[in-house]
Design a protein around this ligand. Structure first.
Ligand code: ARG
Length: 279
């Protein structure tokens, strides 16, 4: 029995769709099937609940189709929430809603540094004591330094080099303080070196499964939830004692997102060492 129930923020896909193109996955000529998207989102939610998570809902807003991707709402650190500042104008309308919800639910909200783009937990993931932060395509490197200084955490910024893996959570997923799933081709030489030095157990995914968003996993204890179509990763995870689970999320892949992007862990990710001493 876990001491703390995982708490996840999700946003129903009522207004979800491919209404603009801000990453190479998005193509307005390939719209999302609304009914299927709703079914897939409900199935992910049901799976998370079945794994013991409590789900809170951020009310969706018409005209903000990417609001379903709550990972980008903020970076959570204990009772603090650093609100995102999106690079693309199309998503900036989401910021006040995330801020309001988090403030009303007990978080001390903090703005991202002025004139700096920062896309929340999509680009900033704790692995043990360290905050790994992705930059260049969405978030700015300067923001990571300032944000980690204000939170008093150690940060390691890694450059993302492939437009398809534009957020760190599309190519890296910490499993615990010593282990992570990653897609090597999404990083430059320096980034790879740092990951290899800092994370004892790195599980790499192949290009075909990276494209299925294998790295965009939700971790709940030893359960790892991904999109379907990641059999090699799942076999490797099983071999290492994890319980991988697949749930179809193709309608969200059309927008460049999958399981992890659709969630924001409010109580701290399992891999974050600070979570262990949350009272
Ligand atoms: N269409 C969204 C965007 O490009 C997808 C966001 C996916 N979120 C994530 N955390 N990777 O911003």
């Amino acid at each position: 029995m876990p001491e703390l129930q995982p708490h996840i923020l999700m946003c129903p896909p009522e207004f979800y769709g491919i209404h603009y193109e801000i990453n190479p996955w998005m193509d307005q000529r390939q719209p999302a099937d609304h009914a299927v998207a709703v079914r897939q989102w409900n199935a992910l939610r049901a799976e998370l609940e079945a794994c013991g998570a409590a789900i809170s809902l951020l009310p969706p807003v018409e005209g903000l189709p990417d609001m379903v991707f709550t990972a980008n709402a903020a970076l959570i650190y204990r009772d603090r929430a650093v609100i995102s500042r999106f690079r693309h104008a199309e998503r900036r309308g989401e910021q006040p809603y995330a801020e309001q919800w988090l403030a009303q639910h007990g978080f001390q909200v903090q703005q991202s540094p002025a004139d700096i783009f920062f896309e929340g937990a999509g680009d900033a993931l704790f692995c043990g004591e360290t905050l790994f932060a992705g930059y260049r395509i969405r978030s700015d490197v300067r923001g990571h330094q300032e944000i980690s200084a204000s939170l008093n955490t150690q940060v390691i910024a890694v450059e993302l080099v492939d437009e398809y893996y534009y957020h760190l959570d599309t190519c890296l997923c910490p499993l615990d303080a010593q282990s992570a799933i990653y897609f090597p081709d999404a990083f430059d030489h320096y980034g790879l070196q740092v990951l290899q030095e800092r994370v004892d157990q790195l599980i790499s995914v192949c290009p075909e499964e990276a494209q299925r968003f294998a790295c965009n996993a939700v971790v709940l204890g030893d359960i790892v939830i991904t999109n379907t179509g990641c059999p090699q990763l799942h076999a490797e995870l099983k071999r290492r004692g994890y319980q991988p689970r697949a749930t179809p999320l193709d309608e969200f892949v059309k927008a460049g997102g999958s399981a992890k992007c659709l969630t924001l862990r409010l109580d701290g990710e399992d891999a974050a060492s600070w979570r262990k001493d949350v009272p």
